[in-house]
Design a protein around this ligand. Structure first.
Ligand SMILES: Cc1cc2nc3c(=O)[nH]c(=O)nc-3n(C[C@H](O)[C@H](O)[C@H](O)COP(=O)(O)O)c2cc1C
Length: 212
């Protein structure tokens, strides 16, 4: 049996193109892996609480992982550890990742638990696995149409790498507030790109893939 963890970081999943595409990918994945279990961590439907004083204190004091203060952090790390594949859909918010996704990272990046501090720097303690990141943005941040910087990609590459996750696949859905015909073209080209990835081969006919 395979397990996929889907993290939704869009605050408006009902209308999010990234969330919808993640649903199509989940459906395609289920055709590749019939006994698939999907864990959904919806950061919009169930927002994580802000980091408490106790959590920040515990983190800097190297408190044992069994301590009650780490219950939520352990649950989130457990979802990551259980997954064979990680799927994240996230918007670009003010040139970087949304606060909800940063907060999730603050709960899963734990010294002595998911990364070790070594003489050479921080070293991830999680086993690597494929990570697909669907990044939606209203405007463009790559190529000749780019009118803004992208601080999301380099940050997520570094933060996820600190966990030990290096097999990162960034898929960009740019210009989502633009002309609907251009948006449709972008989605078609992204679907085509994704259908070439082994786990998502069934996406070749995306019309039949629906949200679960
Ligand atoms: C608070 C906020 C900040 C945003 N900042 C940017 C930005 O810096 N660059 C950009 O291109 N789009 C920006 N957008 C637009 C979103 O990235 C865009 O609407 C995207 O499609 C949202 O993805 P979603 O539908 O998956 O939530 C912003 C939207 C919000 C709500």
């Amino acid at each position: 049996m395979k397990t996929a963890l889907h993290v939704n970081a869009s605050p408006r999943p009902a209308t999010s193109q990234g969330y919808r595409l993640a649903g199509e990918l989940r459906a395609a994945l289920r055709l590749s892996w019939p006994r698939l279990e999907v864990l959904e961590r919806d950061l919009a439907a169930m927002p994580l609480p802000p980091l408490s004083t106790d959590y920040a204190e515990a983190l800097t004091r190297r408190t044992p992982p069994q301590a009650a203060v780490f219950t939520l952090s352990e649950a989130l790390i457990g979802e990551l550890e259980a997954s064979d594949l990680l799927l994240i859909n996230t918007p670009l918010h003010n040139f970087t990742l949304p606060a909800a996704l940063k907060l999730w990272l603050d709960y899963v990046l734990r010294i002595g638990r998911t990364f070790a501090s070594t003489a050479e720097g921080k070293r991830g303690l999680l086993a690597d696995r494929p990570v697909y990141l669907l990044v939606g943005s209203g405007g463009h941040h790559r190529g000749p149409q780019a009118r803004q910087p992208d601080f999301l990609t380099s940050y997520l590459r570094h933060a996820l790498g600190t966990l030990g996750l290096f097999d990162l696949n960034f898929i960009y859905l740019e210009g989502l507030v633009g002309d609907p015909a251009d948006v449709a073209d972008t989605l078609a080209s992204v679907r085509e790109q994704l259908s070439r990835e082994v786990p998502f081969r069934a996406l070749a006919n995306p019309v039949t893939a629906t949200l679960e």
